[in-house]
Design a protein around this ligand. Structure first.
Ligand SMILES: [Zn+2]
Length: 580
């Protein structure tokens, strides 16, 4: 040990040895933590803090070797106040609930240590996989499935036939959540045994049929003699049925009453909302009516507010397992920004909500700013943007930031002001979710630069970008095997015969002759690493960015889609349709 006079007293020597080791660990650990925290949170004078803690380590080692015991005491006398001073500066840059020098500080520190450990553990277990490795794993899984005599796409559950009557009845709810009309399971009588009008029963039948077909919109269109009922399923309008003129008018009247619209007004456009509860499923429905030359036309938008995406979280939107694992890690970070990008109708909002639903709303203050509020989530503050009243994303965002949020959802980044405030929020201890209109994950960088953001702000604020499209799933009842095209095999650098067959669309009664049923996302996840960050400049090279993305393990939208073709979930045509 450093002081030879203690050699004769072994227990004292041991004690000092322990103290010495503890001090070295504390000094080195603090220096590493300070360096990491100062750079990620942008603490002022980060360089000086690093120099100070690094110097302290060195000074202690020199001191221990020369003066011995006094150096040990001096190290602690200097280290503790310095740590407190630095933590104070760190706390000033994070949300109140994440501060260390607070009443619940110890719990926060322990929670952070646990997440850091878990993150390191999962990183060590999962080395990043290239295309070939991912493909290899896929083939292994397919072979294993074939041995068991199953289809190559296990886990996919298709509702084979439309379900019978809904369990637990059917309820129309007013927009404030109170019950408007309750029905028994057979739908023939109301909650109190009262007889229901034919119009209400017809309205229920239309809604139930749409729910079973996973429709997103219902159109009730008046024509000369009849009403056409059409539904948007998987993004395409399809005829559902035709009603007699009077019956159609009756259904519209019933819906207008439930949605609190003026039933006598047929000449002016109106809108209203209501909800339906059928068994465990709850849908919020937005109604819009317009006068046409043959009468009143009504369009209803169905938003599933329970079950579905909300209950399934990120696991239910078709993410491949490696992306799912990476995403779950990203969204639980204490600060940063996660962007979902794609064109209109690519399922961005659904993905963002699925992510939010995985965050514990009891432990975090979650606030959303949307235009309009699409899904209702429990335990979350949801604010609607109102451009008419001059309540913009940017102005709400500014006021929300004063209310100590942990997690923020900014419905969409459309202008520089919103983008800048969102980035600042991400840099000051909040986790920000948002969506952006951009073609793919790499194009997001140029889109943000075009909005007028500083490259340094993008580099430091954005954690990851998920590019996304919606592709239709092949109907499991009628899909037929076919040989994979050569071009596809070349894309994966595979020999002919490596993939025995894929599937193509055919069409049957169950899928309305389209060959497809339901949709799933195809994704490309870009996690910003140091190399990618360094390429974000005022006029970046797209080629370099793309290469860096590939090197980091990102699979393009098309490759992600083709992997799903190999799994038998969709067709080559469909992937080409949505990615080119
Ligand atoms: Zn079919």
């Amino acid at each position: 040990m450093d002081n030879p006079s203690f050699v004769g007293v072994p227990w004292l020597g041991l004690l000092l040895c322990g103290l010495f080791c503890m001090t070295v660990a504390a000094l080195a650990g603090s220096a590493a933590w300070v360096r990491r925290t100062a750079s990620t949170l942008g603490v002022e004078a980060a360089g000086r803090w690093n120099l100070f803690f690094g110097g302290l380590c060195l000074a202690f080692l020199v001191g221990a070797l020369t003066v011995g015991l006094p150096a040990l005491a001096a190290a602690w006398v200097v280290l503790l106040p310095a740590l407190i001073a630095f933590t104070r500066r760190r706390d000033a840059r994070v949300a109140t609930s994440r501060r260390y020098l607070a009443r619940s500080g110890v719990a926060t520190i322990l929670a952070d240590i646990r997440t850091a450990r878990r993150r390191e553990g999962s990183r060590a277990e999962e080395p990043r996989l290239g295309i070939r490795e991912q493909f290899g794993q896929l083939v292994d899984r397919m072979q294993a499935a074939a041995v068991k005599g199953r289809k190559p796409s296990p886990g996919r559950k298709h509702a084979a036939a439309p379900a019978a009557q809904p369990k637990g009845g059917f309820t129309f709810l007013k927009k404030d959540g109170t019950t408007a009309i309750e029905m028994t399971a057979d739908g023939e009588r109301g909650g109190g045994g009262t007889a229901l009008s034919q119009n209400v029963r017809n309205a229920r039948d239309v809604l139930l049929a749409a729910m079973r077909a996973d429709a997103t919109d219902i159109h009730l269109e008046p024509h000369e003699q009849a009403y056409f009922v059409r539904a948007r399923i998987d993004g395409v309008l399809r005829d559902m049925k035709t009603m007699e003129g009077e019956a159609g008018k009756g259904v519209i009247s019933a819906i207008k009453v439930i949605a609190d619209m003026d039933i006598a007004e047929r000449r002016r456009p109106q809108d209203g909302t209501f909800a339906i509860q059928s068994g465990p499923d709850r849908y919020d429905i937005r109604v819009a009516s317009t006068p046409t030359s043959f009468g009143e036309k009504v369009v209803m938008r169905l938003l599933r507010s329970s079950g579905g995406v909300m209950a399934g979280g990120l696991g239910s939107i078709g993410l491949r397992p490696p992306i799912l694992r990476q995403l779950r890690e990203i969204i639980h970070k204490p600060y940063g920004m996660f962007l979902v990008v794609g064109p209109t109708g690519s399922g961005k909002t659904t993905t963002v909500y699925a992510s939010l639903s995985e965050i514990d709303a009891h432990q975090h203050n979650i606030t959303t700013i949307e235009d309009p509020v699409e899904y209702r989530l429990e335990g979350i503050t949801q604010i609607a943007v109102n451009t008419k009243a001059d309540v913009s994303f940017a102005s709400i965002l500014r006021s929300v930031l004063r209310q100590d949020p942990d997690v923020l959802l900014v419905g969409e980044i459309r202008d520089r002001e919103t983008a800048e405030i969102a980035c600042q929020a991400a840099l000051t201890g909040h986790f920000v979710f948002s969506t952006l209109h951009a073609n793919d994950s790499v194009a997001t960088v140029t889109r943000l630069l075009d909005l007028g953001l500083e490259p340094t702000l993008i580099q430091t604020a954005v954690t990851a970008v998920l590019g996304q499209r919606l592709a239709r799933r092949l109907c499991s009842a009628c899909k037929e095997p076919c040989a994979p095209p050569d071009g596809m095999l070349k894309k994966f650098k595979l020999k002919p015969g490596a993939v025995p067959h894929i599937y193509r669309a055919k069409g049957c009664d169950e899928c309305g002759g389209t060959g497809y049923r339901g949709r799933m996302g195809i994704h490309e996840l870009l996690v910003l690493n140091n190399e990618i960050r360094s390429l974000i400049r005022p006029s970046p090279s797209i080629t370099d960015l793309k290469k860096a993305a590939l090197d980091s393990g990102t699979l393009t939208l098309q490759l992600d889609g083709l992997l799903k073709v190999i799994q038998g979930e969709t067709s080559v045509d469909e992937i080409l349709r949505v990615t080119t």
